[in-house]
Design a protein. Structure first.
Length: 454
C-alpha cells in the first residue's frame, strides 16, 4: 500500500500537468502520503483533467495491486481478468521467441545482444521481480537497477543501522549473471526515513548534523557496494521544470528538505562524498522532464557550475518516463515531450563531456492533459493492436535517437521488465498501464520488435 501511495504522488505529475506548482489535484491521494513520498509531483492544478486519474476518488478504496506481479484488478470494472494475470508464472516462459500476440517469428531474439556494441540494456527490478522475471532478465538485459531497495529509507531506516539484505540479493543475482549494476539513488527528496531531517526532539535537524548524516550515508553505502555497483545516481531530481532548484518551498512530498536545510551546496557535497568512497564509480545526476527546454538549461547550468568547481560528476541520467504521445495542452510539461527536445538535452549535457544514460525508460499509454476515469482506464481488451503499434512507433523513434548518440549514451535502462509489474500500475484505483516491451505474460510486444529491428 505504501508503494501505491507513493506512486500516486509521482504520477499525478508524470501523467497530468506539472507546469505550475500550486496545489495537488483534488483527487490526488498525495495528500495522504508522508513527507518521504512523492517525488516528481510538482502537481498543478490544471487538473480538472486529473479527476478520475490514478489517484482517483477511490484511491485506497479498492483492492490494491501487488508489486510482485499477479495483479488482478483490471480497471474499475473490477473482476479478475484471467487472461492477463501473468503473475509470477510467466517467469518460466523466458525468451522472446515464445512470443504470441502478433509478433513475427523471425528476428532478433535478444535485446542486450542486439545492443552489445552500442550500450548496455538495463531493467529496474524489485525484491521479487529479479526472481519472478529471471528468465526475461537473463535473456534480454545486461544491467540492473534496484527500483527501491537502494533508496535511503530502504538502506538506513534507523540511524546508523544499515540494512543491505534486499539490495545485496539483487546485486548477487546481477553478479552471478554477469550484469552491470546501477545504484539508485543516494540523495533524493523522496523516500527518506523520518529521523533524517529531525533533531530528535520535534524540531528540524541542524545544518551540520544533516551534512554529517548525508556524508555518513553516502560513505557507508558506496563503500558497501564498491566494486559491484559501477555507477550511482548520486543526486536525484534536484531541479524544477523552470530550471530553478527544487527548494523547501513546495508541498510535502515535493519539496527538498536537503535544499531547505543545506542550500544548493548539498549537491556538490554529495558528489564529493561519493567519489571519496569509491573513486572508480561513475557518478550521475539523474532527473526527469529533460525534454523541457527551461529544465534542461537549468540542469546544464548546474552541472557546468559543478564541473567548473572541480566537483566529480561524470554523467547525467535521463529518467525518460514518456507517454504514447505529447500533450496537446500547451501549459502541460508533456507538450514538450518529443524526440527533438530530448536530442537537445543529450547534446547539451554531452557538450560538457558528460556521459548520458537513459535511466528509467517507460512509455505510458496515458496522455498527459487528457481526462481518464474508470471507464477509460486501459485494459487488455482496450490495449488494441492499433495502440500497440502506436506505442511501438514511439519506442522506435526514441531508440533511433539513442542509437544516433551511441558515442555519448552509455546505458539505457527500462523502469521495469514486463507489463505485469510496473510502477505505473501501482494504484489502488486499479488504473493499469502497459508501458514496457514485454506483456503481462512476459511475451514480447510490438514495441520489442520496434526496438530490436534496425
Ligand atoms: C518509484 C518506484 O518505481 C516505485 O515503486 C516507488 O513507489 C516510488 O518510486 N523517479 C525515480 C524513481 O527516480 O526512484 C521512482 O521509482 C520513479 C520516478
Amino acid at each position: 500500500m505504501r508503494k501505491n501511495l507513493i506512486s500516486i504522488g509521482l504520477l499525478s505529475c508524470l501523467l497530468w500537468s506539472c507546469t505550475s506548482s500550486t496545489s495537488a489535484p483534488d483527487d490526488a491521494a498525495t495528500s495522504t502520503t508522508t513527507s518521504s513520498t512523492a517525488s516528481t509531483a510538482q502537481t498543478s492544478g490544471t487538473s480538472a483533467s486529473a479527476g478520475g486519474g490514478a489517484g482517483g476518488s477511490n484511491a485506497g478504496g479498492s483492492g490494491s495491486t501487488s508489486a510482485g506481479g499477479g495483479e488482478t484488478n483490471e480497471g474499475g470494472g473490477g473482476g479478475t481478468d484471467s487472461a492477463t494475470s501473468g503473475g509470477t508464472g510467466g517467469a518460466g516462459t523466458g525468451g522472446a521467441d515464445t512470443g504470441t500476440g502478433g509478433m513475427p517469428d523471425e528476428g532478433p531474439k535478444n535485446l542486450a545482444e542486439k545492443y552489445a556494441s552500442l550500450f548496455p540494456i538495463g531493467a529496474a527490478v524489485d525484491s521479487q521481480s529479479y526472481m519472478t522475471h529471471a528468465a526475461l532478465l537473463k535473456t534480454h538485459f545486461n544491467s540492473i537497477t534496484a527500483e527501491n531497495e537502494m533508496k535511503f529509507e530502504s538502506l538506513q531506516r534507523n540511524e546508523n543501522s544499515f540494512t543491505y539484505d534486499a539490495a545485496d540479493r539483487i546485486v548477487s543475482f546481477a553478479v552471478t549473471n554477469k550484469m552491470k549494476v546501477r545504484g539508485h539513488a543516494l540523495v533524493w527528496h523522496s523516500q527518506n526515513p523520518a529521523w533524517l531531517f529531525s533533531n530528535g526532539s520535534g524540531g528540524t535537524v541542524s545544518r551540520q548534523t544533516l551534512l554529517t548524516r548525508m556524508k555518513n550515508h553516502i560513505s557507508n553505502v558506496v563503500r558497501h557496494f564498491r566494486g559491484k555497483v559501477y555507477a550511482w545516481d548520486v543526486v536525484n531530481e534536484a531541479m524544477m521544470e523552470d530550471g530553478s532548484y527544487r527548494t523547501g518551498n513546495l508541498a510535502d512530498g515535493q519539496k527538498s528538505r536537503w535544499h531547505e536545510i543545506l542550500g544548493e551546496s548539498y549537491i556538490a557535497e554529495a558528489f564529493k562524498a561519493a567519489h571519496e568512497a569509491d573513486p572508480d564509480a561513475k557518478l550521475f545526476y539523474n532527473d526527469f522532464y529533460n525534454y523541457i527546454p527551461a529544465k534542461q538549461q537549468g540542469i546544464y547550468n548546474m552541472l557546468k557550475g559543478l564541473l567548473d568547481q572541480g566537483v566529480p560528476v561524470h554523467g547525467v541520467g535521463l529518467q525518460a518516463h514518456l507517454n504514447i504521445e505529447p500533450s496537446a495542452v500547451t501549459t502541460n510539461q508533456a507538450y514538450h515531450q518529443n524526440v527533438a527536445n530530448m536530442e537537445e538535452a543529450i547534446k547539451l549535457y554531452s557538450s560538457l563531456g558528460l556521459d548520458v544514460q537513459v535511466t528509467e525508460l517507460d512509455i505510458s499509454l496515458y496522455i498527459p492533459g487528457v481526462t481518464y476515469n474508470q471507464s477509460t482506464f486501459y485494459t487488455t481488451a482496450t490495449f488494441t493492436d492499433a495502440l500497440k503499434a502506436k506505442q511501438a512507433a514511439r519506442y522506435r523513434e526514441f531508440f533511433e535517437l539513442f542509437r544516433k548518440y551511441k558515442s555519448v549514451i552509455t546505458g539505457v535502462t527500462f523502469w521495469g521488465i514486463a507489463d505485469d509489474n510496473t510502477w505505473l500500475s501501482e494504484f489502488s484505483s486499479g488504473r493499469k498501464d502497459f508501458p514496457l516491451l514485454f506483456d503481462l505474460n512476459h511475451n514480447p510486444k510490438p514495441a520489442y520488435d520496434a526496438v530490436v529491428r534496425f
